[in-house]
Design a protein. Structure first.
Length: 287
């Protein structure tokens, strides 16, 4: 035991090897006037998890300030600890050196890129959603899809909210907006059922065929049938998103039931009461 104490004192007595020195506690000021914290901290980090050298650890801890012993040891003594960085324009930038205006500009540019991509794929996607005249939640959910800001598992995993970024249904691929809406096999099967139900119930002049664009953005509003179909498609997207918590794909009966509830609510709402018959005429007495 005495040997361990002598070793600890020997470490503390080393002559300065760099410009940085620290003051030791009064207990050790008689043994040494100044020590390099690199050597003491290096030894402390090496032994602090070992119960065998508890006395040496105790002596080293007394010689080092609390804020130093809490830092992680690095080979470079001048390295700044606890720094945070942000990737902006594919470069890591220290948050202490960045201005809030730079972050704001970056976020605005990023949003514009997402919006530009959406408008490139479907130019009328935003106007189409506004023409549906639906309640705020449904409209905002569709806008989140258009802006690519739906809180999928891929995003929640980055935020440390969920443990894995995998899709809740297949548990294989990363859950992105595209995988959520049309790439996953169980989701594609649900869209096929929706397509078959619409063709059998409404019996449009031309059979409906849903592609990836239609599953994500909807179809052009040319008639009352198209408006109701877009509402049905949004209800399907919402059901797919919400049922992730249950880990199984929603049933088509569940989606039709929500569409029926929406129809009954609009019948009692003054805003839709005047145009109710015309609005729901393609599905009147069919749901």
């Amino acid at each position: 035991m005495l040997k361990l104490v002598l070793i600890a004192l020997e470490i503390l007595k080393r002559i300065q090897q760099s410009r940085r020195t620290i003051k030791v506690t009064e207990t050790y000021q008689s043994q040494c006037s100044g020590i390099t914290y690199q050597d003491a901290l290096s030894k402390y980090e090496e032994l602090k998890k070992s119960k065998k050298h508890w006395l040496m650890i105790s002596n080293l801890k007394k010689a080092l300030p609390a804020n130093i012993t809490n830092l992680k040891w690095a080979n470079n003594p001048n390295e700044i600890k606890n720094e945070y960085f942000l990737i902006i324009n594919e470069k890591w930038i220290n948050l202490k050196k960045i201005k809030s205006s730079n972050i704001t500009t970056y976020l605005i540019e990023k949003e514009q890129k997402v919006k530009a991509k959406c408008l490139e794929e479907e130019p009328d996607a935003f106007k189409r959603t506004l023409k549906l005249k639906v309640e705020p939640y449904t409209r905002q959910f569709q806008f989140k899809i258009l802006h690519n800001i739906v809180a999928t598992n891929s995003i929640l995993h980055k935020w440390k909210i969920v443990s894995i970024p995998a899709f809740s249904y297949c548990q294989i691929q990363r859950e992105t907006v595209d995988h959520l809406l049309y790439e996953c096999i169980p989701v594609r099967e649900l869209w096929r059922k929706i397509q078959d139900w619409w063709n059998a119930t409404v019996k449009p002049p031309k059979n409906l065929k849903l592609g990836n664009k239609e599953k994500k953005y909807g179809i052009e509003n040319k008639s009352q049938e198209d408006i109701l179909l877009n509402i049905l498609l949004i209800e399907t997207r919402i059901s797919i998103f919400k049922n992730r918590e249950k880990y199984h794909i929603p049933e088509i009966t569940q989606i039709i039931s929500k569409l029926r509830t929406r129809k009954d609510v609009e019948k009692q709402t003054k805003i839709f009461k005047m145009n109710y018959e015309k609005r729901w005429s393609p599905l009147q007495d069919k749901i």
